[in-house]
Design a protein around this ligand. Structure first.
Ligand code: DMJ
Length: 456
């Protein structure tokens, strides 16, 4: 089924928005997001590995040809370093590792080089935004006193380690190792990492902590850096398990109805709200169970299972059986969005992602059942003639579509669904880690460097 869904999403993108970043499936035209500046083709690059994995050979071939001829980074564009890294660098790296086609390696390294000026700050903590022509960077104007964002500068590690590996140029890995160093020198309030860090002063901004937006994939990349290093990156390991400990103590709570959730922390006060983005953490906790002290393994799996259950409830308690952007545990509600501007669903993957991890790690059939419920809801409410669209209010009887087919729907949501219903030996966890945009990257074994050398 996810293959049919992919075909519908891809064919319509191809028909109405080919070469542009994303598709507007209702108005049947291209959608451009300023996150990618003038870099074009986000959907193509994000979808490459999904096409490959699903064995959509024709489509993969036409996507590759587009990359060869048209993917161009010599543009005057201000881009989000984080978004371009996870979608474009990550997408190109995976396409290279899966297919072995040199063009993807070349483009990934070329783009990586374009991103390097973002690290020209007094501390080496990169800017959020970068003009890839002039090399001038800056931060989001709304981010606490000129701060960089934890989930942005903390989500470069996996890709940059691979860029060094594939280019033979150590500079990429050095840049991300330095981020670690800066973080390790800082005092952390209650052992927690605030979402904001000023790249000039090297001091934290506001003490807001989140495992959802602004924080999320920083934690994910600590764990995955350790896994991707064939479990040799002890620093990454320690930082991850220490962080989880602090998160459990200060952010994880149980509702009176028995649902475990992860709240947001604002200078010591809890906001009892959990984002859809935060739901990825169920899969993360379960994936990290193995490396936890042996008396804690079961506990980390259990935590993953509880987060999966809570997130499933957030879907089940809506009219459309699709989860809202954020749900609350206060004012008499549990796992329900109470604010109008938190009731939308934009084809995000995190809940299905967690089902996929939980399925692989426990084989409890309920995760496939829950995944199937999501498929049915997507088909019923998000599928339109011209592709798939997000929904403005999942509690409403009638769909009001937002008219965007997000590129992560093809790279993540559909890929995780496909994996949920595939055998475990398709991209096994021993050999692959998924970047935060679901692009698989191989685990690097100690002798990998030599092997590459031998092949040359
Ligand atoms: C994706 O780009 C990535 O999963 C990122 O980590 C968070 N936001 C979207 C999907 O919701």
């Amino acid at each position: 089924v996810s293959l049919q869904m992919m075909k519908h999403a891809w064919d319509n993108y191809k028909r109405y928005a080919w070469g542009l970043n994303e598709l507007k499936p209702i108005s049947k035209q291209g959608h451009s997001s300023n996150l990618f500046g003038n870099i074009q083709g986000a959907t193509i690059v994000d979808a490459l590995d999904t096409l490959y994995i699903m064995e959509m050979k024709e489509e993969f071939k036409e996507a590759k040809e587009w990359v060869e001829k048209n993917l161009d980074f010599n543009v005057n564009a201000e881009i989000s370093v984080f978004e371009v890294n996870i979608r474009f660098v990550g997408g190109l790296l995976s396409a290279y590792y899966l297919s072995g086609e040199e063009v993807f390696r070349k483009k990934a390294v070329e783009l990586g080089e374009k991103l390097l000026p973002a690290f020209n700050t007094p501390t080496g903590i990169p800017w959020a935004l970068l003009n890839i022509k002039s090399g001038i960077g800056r931060n989001w104007p709304w981010a606490s006193g000129g701060s960089s964002i934890l989930a942005e500068f903390g989500t470069l590690h996996l890709e940059f380690v691979h860029l060094s590996h594939l280019s033979g140029n150590p500079v990429f890995a050095e840049k991300v190792m330095n981020i670690r160093k800066v973080l390790n020198r800082l005092d952390k309030p209650e052992g927690l990492y605030p979402n904001y860090l000023n790249p000039s002063s090297g001091q934290w901004g506001q003490h807001h902590v989140s495992i959802g937006g602004l924080g999320d994939s920083f934690y994910e990349y600590l764990l995955k850096a350790w896994l991707m290093s064939d479990k040799t990156d002890e620093d990454g390991k320690k930082m991850y398990y220490d962080a989880v400990q602090a998160i459990e103590t200060h952010l994880i709570r149980k509702s009176s109805g028995g649902l475990t959730y992860i709240a947001e922390w604002k200078g010591g006060l809890l906001e009892h709200k959990m984002g859809h983005l935060t739901c990825f953490a169920g899969g993360m906790f379960a994936l990290g169970a193995d490396g936890a002290p042996s008396d804690k393994t079961g506990h980390h799996i259990e935590l993953g299972a509880e987060i999966a259950r809570t997130c499933h409830e957030s879907y089940d308690r809506t009219r459309m059986k699709l989860g809202p952007e954020a749900f609350r545990f206060d004012g008499g509600v549990e796992a329900i969005a109470t604010r109008q501007n938190e009731k939308y669903y934009i084809l995000r993957p995190e809940v299905i992602e967690t089902y996929m991890y939980m399925w692989r790690l426990t084989h409890d059939p309920k995760y496939r059942e829950w995944g199937w419920e999501a498929v049915e809801a997507l088909e019923k409410h998000c599928r339109v003639d011209g592709g798939y669209s997000g929904i403005r209010d999942v509690y409403n009887n009638h769909e009001r579509h937002d008219d965007v087919q997000q590129s992560f729907f093809l790279s993540e949501t559909l890929k995780y669904l496909y994996l949920l219903f595939s055998e475990d030996d398709l991209l096994p966890f021993e050999h692959w880690v998924f970047n935060t945009e679901a692009h698989p990257l191989p685990v690097l074994h100690k002798d990998d460097g030599n092997k590459e050398e031998n092949q040359k």
